[in-house]
Design a protein around this ligand. Structure first.
Ligand SMILES: O=CCCCC(=O)O
Length: 481
């Protein structure tokens, strides 16, 4: 049984645990205490190359494995993850800082990607049609793209890996995973589960490193790698997109967000507050989908702000392993300092602090749930991604102005909208320049739904049947009939 004491900490290459070619390691710490959780093997370029060798060698057999067999393997991964939910959740909390309830939810979410793609593996549908001029037929099929490089973030160390690995395996690809150096343990913990479920050696290779740039760059310039999928900041996404251009790789990217949360004058305020708590506080705001700015109709402003601030103030803060806590430590000093800086900037410009607003003393990177009222339009907190438990609120006079404010960003990932008038909500959703709109809901994420953004929030979609298509090439055969 996996426990934190016998966590795998080596490189997982070709179905085996391996030491790096150069004997190096890096420390993974509990963000809440600063204590060391594990010392993890630190892959270098030779290891990165060995991982591609393994993935390339494993590819033909996996690609040719019947879809039903691949589906059954994925289904087993889903079941094993649920069986080990408590251990996996504990690992997430220890390396990331989020409270156990969030870690359990993340583990279920991650496992669900394996179930969903076990179901999709057998639905690789193509088509046959008659050429318009008659005569020949147009046969369209989808084939696995090949070896894929997956670069995963620290904020959902398990689920974001699962969201990439599951569709890649369902499609018949072999995989290289570079987990975030702050949180490599969840992906390493998945390796044994994949092996136990029947994923053949070399089909998934997990390569933690503290030197991500050169290692990923090597993968992107190896002609055997055909796709890079990344979840993280727009800034890093741009660097990867430029590097990926050299080998003309396919590049699904889930990048930054600046989600607006709109509460119309006719909204059910209680429901909007429930939704705001999820949209803001899931993962303590450390999510690209997190509500980043709240635009609230003047008619419901006071009621919404009062009730929301009360709920935020009541959240209990402390170590994520203590079941009593709903807010854990942020990931690191840089994240906490940025949150603090954005709050101070808004307050200096005239925003009112309705709760929170000061970092907590002591070890860890704790920042309390914070609500800022009447936030001036030029405050940085409205235009920059907060990645923390801070909710800036703006009073807005009309729905048109709300939509204009919401769209006034280079990002376009998720938006939230509350109204009792469904027809109006659907019309406004069409005007919102975002890849995902939650209408009277505080959560968009679902393995069965196409997750992704427009504008500078990314390219492509993860989840749903579209997520598997990212890992496939379309092949057209012109057939004389
Ligand atoms: O930071 C982005 C991760 C998104 C997590 C989700 O799927 O909701």
């Amino acid at each position: 049984m996996l426990s934190i004491a016998n966590l795998p900490t080596d490189l997982y290459i070709d179905g085996s645990w391996a030491k790096p070619a150069q004997p190096r390691s890096f420390t993974v710490s509990d963000p809440a205490t600063g204590e060391r959780v594990a010392q993890v093997a630190d892959a270098g370029l030779d290891d990165a190359r060995a991982a591609v060798d393994a993935a390339a060698a494993a590819l033909p057999a996996w690609r040719d494995t019947p879809p039903r067999t691949r589906a059954e393997v994925l289904r087993k991964v889903h079941l094993l993850m649920l069986e080990r939910l408590e251990e996996l959740a504990r690992i997430i909390t220890l390396e990331n800082g989020k409270p156990l309830a969030d870690s359990r939810a993340e583990t279920r979410y991650a496992a669900e990607f394996f179930r969903w793609y076990s179901e999709e593996a057998c639905r690789n549908l193509g088509s046959v049609s008659q050429a318009p001029a008659g005569g020949y037929r147009i046969l369209v099929q989808h084939q696995p793209i090949g070896v894929v490089a997956l670069v995963t973030p620290w904020n959902f160390p398990s689920a974001m890996g699962a969201r990439k690995i599951a569709p890649a395996l369902a499609a018949g690809c072999s995989v290289l995973v570079k987990p975030a150096s702050l949180t490599p343990l969840s992906m390493l913990a998945l390796a044994d589960i994949l092996a136990e479920a029947g994923v053949p050696d070399g089909v998934v290779n997990i390569v933690p490193t503290s030197r991500s740039g050169p290692l990923v760059d090597l993968w992107l310039h190896d002609p055997r790698v055909r796709l890079v999928s990344f979840t993280g900041s727009t800034e890093v996404g741009r660097i990867l997109l430029k590097a990926a251009a050299d080998q003309v790789l396919k590049t699904p990217m889930e990048l930054g967000g600046n989600a607006p949360f709109l509460v119309l004058d006719d909204a059910d305020v209680e429901a909007a507050v429930d939704g705001a708590m999820i949209a803001k506080m899931r993962n303590m705001g450390e999510a690209c989908t997190a509500a980043n700015r709240f635009y609230v109709g003047a008619g419901v402003y006071d009621a919404f702000v009062r009730a929301f601030a009360e709920r935020m103030r009541a959240q209990k803060i402390g170590h994520g392993l203590d079941e009593a806590n709903q807010v854990g430590s942020l990931i690191d000093a840089a994240t906490r300092d940025k949150v603090e800086e954005l709050v101070q900037d808004a307050v200096a410009r005239g925003a009112r602090v309705l709760c929170g607003g000061e970092r907590l003393p002591g070890p860890g990177y704790f920042y309390p749930p914070t609500v800022l009222g009447d936030v001036p339009a030029d405050s940085r907190v409205l235009s920059e991604e907060i990645f923390g438990p801070v909710a800036p609120i703006v009073r807005v006079a009309s729905e048109d102005e709300m939509v204009e404010l919401a769209n006034g960003t280079e990002y376009g990932l998720a938006a939230y909208l509350y109204t009792r008038d469904l027809a109006k909500g659907l019309k406004l959703a069409e005007r919102l320049e975002f890849g995902m709109v939650a209408l009277n809901r505080g959560l968009v994420s679902d393995p069965a739904a196409p997750f992704g953004g427009v504008k500078q929030s990314g390219l492509g979609r993860e989840g749903s049947w579209e997520g598997m298509q990212e890992y496939m090439e379309t092949k057209y055969v012109a057939v004389e009939w």
